[in-house]
Design a protein around this ligand. Structure first.
Ligand SMILES: [Zn+2]
Ligand SMILES: [Zn+2]
Length: 359
């Protein structure tokens, strides 16, 4: 888990701790891969995104039962963490507010000023255009996919409604209202704006995925390799230093960009006694536990150490252009959680990893 903080926004990373996947720390949402699911074990109830659950399913293949990533409960065959309907509804309601759907609804059902309706349609068209052009900038695929076509359709429909409403008498306003409503709603749904919300959210998810792969290309490739190799080879033995090397390459190329000066925290997450602190000490180049820099092994508290990777570089990385700018890299040894004692108050709550890393 790597977070890069931009000094321009005071180092704040916005997440709602209840609404992130325990495994990948990604936010839950209304798009298929981000839909929240929950462990069926009453004592666990950890939340995971659908994408993480499906990765485990791919890894397991058809023969092995599903196992919770947190409490390690083995599920009956063909049984998986369940979708959380209440949270799904809550997420949808949040999106309705985020995209100002109530305002549009009000315009559609009242005797509104045609100018206000035009303005509302034009705002939606512009928002969609903005998201779409950002998506196109990051996206490496050259041919349009299904979502791209749907988005282009909606943009065209909204443009047409605006053009026609300008040249026709206001007595056809009811027709434009109907066309507007149809353009932004799913065909078989009573929810006004449902298609608009879906497309905007899909674009946002695609943009953040593409953003990650363009800023961390080596790390992204390694993650994909692992996922694929896990699925094909039983004897696949992942090597942690391959990932650390990939992160290092990506960070170094970020730092060589004069316009980027992010400080960076790398969280190490795992069960108690899994070897997190030992890994950290190796990365820090600490050979003896008596060394003051050594991360305490078996500690119940999160520890923070400055990282110099596997090089003889200073603990603080100096910016390549302006030597006065220093970029601290912090390794965060997250307090482990004990798989046998999931209800112990002494342990860090899963899903709070992000807060620990930010501190
Ligand atoms: Zn996830
Ligand atoms: Zn569980």
């Amino acid at each position: 888990m790597v977070t890069v903080r931009n000094p321009d926004n005071n180092g704040e990373v916005h997440t709602n701790e209840n609404n992130v996947c325990t495994m990948c720390l990604g936010s839950f949402g209304i798009i298929d891969e981000t839909i929240p699911r929950q462990c069926i074990n009453e004592n666990c109830r950890q939340k995971f995104c659908s994408k993480c659950v499906s990765h485990i399913r791919i890894y397991n293949g058809n023969n092995r039962p599903f196992q919770c990533m947190y409490c390690l409960k083995e599920y009956p065959i063909n049984c998986y963490p369940e979708e959380i309907d209440i949270l799904k509804q809550q997420l949808w309601n949040d999106k309705v507010i985020k995209y100002g759907i109530e305002r549009t609804k009000h315009l559609l059902i009242t005797n509104c000023d045609p100018k206000e309706l035009d303005f509302d349609i034009d705002c939606r068209r512009r928002q969609l255009l903005n998201l779409f052009s950002t998506h196109k900038r990051f996206c490496k695929e050259t041919h349009a996919n299904e979502t791209d076509i749907e988005i282009e359709n909606m943009i065209n429909q909204l443009s047409n409604i605006i053009i026609h409403s300008k040249y026709h008498a206001s007595n056809s306003i009811e027709l434009y209202k109907m066309l507007y409503r149809q353009a932004i709603s799913l065909p078989d749904s009573d929810d006004i704006g449902s298609l608009y919300i879906r497309l905007c959210e899909q674009l946002s998810v695609d943009i953040s995925n593409n953003e990650f792969s363009s800023i961390f290309p080596n790390t992204h490739k390694k993650m994909n390799d692992w996922m694929y190799e896990q699925a094909v080879g039983e004897e696949f033995q992942p090597k942690l230093y391959h990932v650390i090397n990939a992160i290092e390459q990506d960070l170094v190329s970020q730092w060589s960009n004069p316009s980027v000066t992010p400080s960076t925290s790398i969280g190490v997450i795992g069960y108690t006694n899994a070897g997190k602190s030992s890994l950290l000490n190796r990365l820090l180049g600490v050979s003896s536990l008596n060394d003051d820099q050594a991360a305490p092994i078996g500690s119940m508290k999160t520890t923070y150490s400055a990282l110099r990777f596997n090089r003889k570089e200073p603990l603080i990385y100096h910016h390549s252009i302006n030597r006065n700018i220093q970029i601290p890299v912090t390794l965060v040894d997250i307090q482990g959680h004990d798989k046998n004692r999931t209800s112990d108050n002494n342990m860090i709550e899963a899903g709070n990893y992000h807060n620990e890393i930010k501190r």
